[in-house]
Design a protein around this ligand. Structure first.
Ligand code: MSP
Length: 537
């Protein structure tokens, strides 16, 4: 049985937890849908870094193929010039803006990629896995994919349309090179059976198992009617099919054929994050390509649902003009990172609405979380001159909060770190925030403060210590989702001086009670979630 992501062998004995996003087509600027997958990967990888693991987070751009070529032509520039411009002016700046901590950014026009793609394909040819043949069929340039007749939908006038792009397909007839994909059906079925978690969610797995069960056709892996691609090494009149080129980024970016030590300690990916539209490529074609080379297979392919607008998959044409920056300028980057993962169960489709975002921002971020942080800092300032008091009078109510934090840590770690249930993890953390708010409401520290007896003051100290120490845990738990906010909270708790950098706090240790030392300097820092301005017209 082929190995999966957990069985890689790094030279130094330490293997990376390797996560990838799809590499995005640069025919246009990024939209909310692209950012959704990339933010999810960023949260997942930050979470694993916060566990102390070695991590590799890869993203990049898919720059070859007919779609890009046509876009460049329509704009009167060369495809390379078009790609360079979009990458430098739109894609990389957005990831920086959204605070994405990727370890590498691969472009499929880079030599480190194209050379290795040629080697890989030549190798398959030498192993007799590729042959020359003819093909005729409907092609969707939006998907860059030959469609099966049964996949198509019909317009009212009978025109055959791509079910994803809702645009007419083009009938193509070409002499191409073919990969013997059909031979891999039984091996793939065996692999899916032995690795029930390989494709997630369950609905995606079922779709693929049913698809492969019906038998696979060989795959056309070259195109000869245009030249914007990587030349087929033994027949340069052909270029390598853009999807074969693109999938190989997951290998070339981590040293395939170039840096064996890096490759062995990183490849294969533990998690390929993708949208459900590109499931067959990642869970059928990609594993078959790896099987053909005897390379290990990825740990998981996890498909997210679509962000929808007006009941349709959000895309360039129906975006109604919303860019990620239009939302971040209003709600802030951290709230943006939080919102989509909080509001939509990962794996399901979800709609975006400005009203829903505003309502959740105000109730969950500003009122529940932001106010808690500012009230606690204000009370430590007012009653203890900003020096965190020692908790000597802790009782049942305090123990319940301590247990709440431990529970939040365990649940969030399982949901986010293992199950990629970002919504479930975030909810567990915010349930704890609500618990702490409830605790403060019940304990009424502002009333206890009026009791100047030593018992009264000890009680007040216990309440405020409990609240501040809870926030210490929350800052660590939310660091992967909202890193800037967590840092502000960390600073306001005076935690850096005694506990060190926020990034060095381990998730596994976040539930251990009593880490903030008495005497820590608590300051009322910046407001975590400022009141929202009026919605722009
Ligand atoms: N270039 C290929 C991927 C190659 S990976 C080896 C591609 N690019 S894409 O830019 O068209 O889309 C990439 C991904 O963007 C989708 O699979 C999905 O992850 C994300 N999304 C694009 N639109 C989306 C939504 N409306 N909603 C959620 N994600 C969507 O396909």
């Amino acid at each position: 049985m082929a190995a999966t992501g957990s069985e890689k062998q790094g030279g130094d004995g330490v293997n990376s937890f390797y996560v990838s996003t799809p590499i995005y087509y640069v025919n246009d600027a990024p939209h909310l849908g692209h950012a959704y997958t990339t933010v999810a990967g960023d949260v997942l990888t930050r979470w694993h870094r916060q566990r102390g693991e070695k991590v590799w987070y890869l993203t990049g751009t898919d720059e070859h193929g007919q779609k890009i070529m046509r876009t460049a032509e329509a704009n009167n520039v060369t495809p390379q010039a078009w790609c360079d411009k979009l990458v430098e002016e739109a894609w990389k700046p957005l990831w920086e803006h959204l605070n994405i901590a990727n370890d590498d950014f691969i472009r499929t026009t880079e030599k480190r990629h194209t050379d290795r793609v040629q080697e890989f394909v030549q190798d398959l040819f030498d192993k007799d896995q590729i042959y020359k043949g003819g093909y005729e069929g409907p092609y969707c340039v939006g998907c860059e994919e030959y469609k099966l007749p049964g996949d198509l939908i019909e317009a009212e006038d009978g025109t055959k349309l791509c079910p994803i792009h809702k645009k007419p397909v083009e009938l193509l007839k070409e002499e191409n090179y073919f990969f013997k994909l059909s031979e891999y059906g039984p091996k793939l079925m065996e692999f899916y059976a032995a690795n029930p978690d390989f494709i997630q969610p369950e609905s995606a797995r079922n779709e693929i198992v049913n698809f492969v069960k019906q038998g696979l056709q060989d795959l056309s892996i070259s195109r000869s009617t245009f030249d914007w691609g990587v030349p087929v090494p033994w027949d340069p009149k052909h270029v390598i099919y853009v999807w074969i080129d693109a999938l190989l980024n997951y290998a070339t970016a981590v040293g395939y054929g170039a840096n064996q030590e890096k490759f062995d300690g990183t490849f294969p990916a533990n998690v390929h994050l993708i949208g459900k539209d590109i499931l067959r490529f990642h869970s059928v074609i990609w594993p078959a390509m790896l099987m053909a080379q005897g390379l290990p297979l990825p740990g998981k392919v996890v498909a997210n649902g679509w962000l929808m607008v007006g009941g349709e998959k959000m895309s360039k044409s129906n975006l109604t003009g919303i860019k990620p920056q239009d939302l971040t300028s209003h709600f802030g980057v951290d709230a943006y990172r939080w919102y989509f993962l909080r509001a939509i169960a990962y794996g399901s489709d979800g709609s975006f609405s400005w009203e829903d975002f505003s309502a959740r921002y105000t109730s969950e971020l500003a009122n529940d979380y932001g106010n808690l942080a500012s009230r606690v800092a204000a009370m430590v300032g007012k009653y203890f001159d900003g020096a965190l008091p020692e908790a000597t009078a802790a009782g049942d109510a305090e123990r319940a909060v301590q247990e709440g934090l431990a529970r939040a840590v365990a649940t969030a770690d399982a949901r986010i770190g293992e199950e990629l249930d970002f919504q479930g993890g975030i909810l567990a953390i915010f349930d704890f925030v609500k618990q702490v708010n409830g605790y403060i409401t019940e304990q009424e520290p502002w009333k206890v403060a009026k009791d100047t007896s030593p018992e009264g003051q000890a009680r007040l100290a216990a309440i405020l210590y409990t609240a501040a120490e809870s926030l210490r845990g929350v800052a660590v738990l939310l660091n992967s989702v909202m890193p800037d906010t967590s840092q502000k909270l960390w600073d306001s708790l005076g935690a850096e001086a005694s506990l060190g950098a926020l990034a060095d706090q381990r998730v596994q240790d976040a539930g251990r009670w009593g880490q903030l030392p008495a005497g820590a300097t608590v300051t009322k820092g910046a407001v975590l979630f400022p009141r929202l301005e009026e919605k722009p017209a």
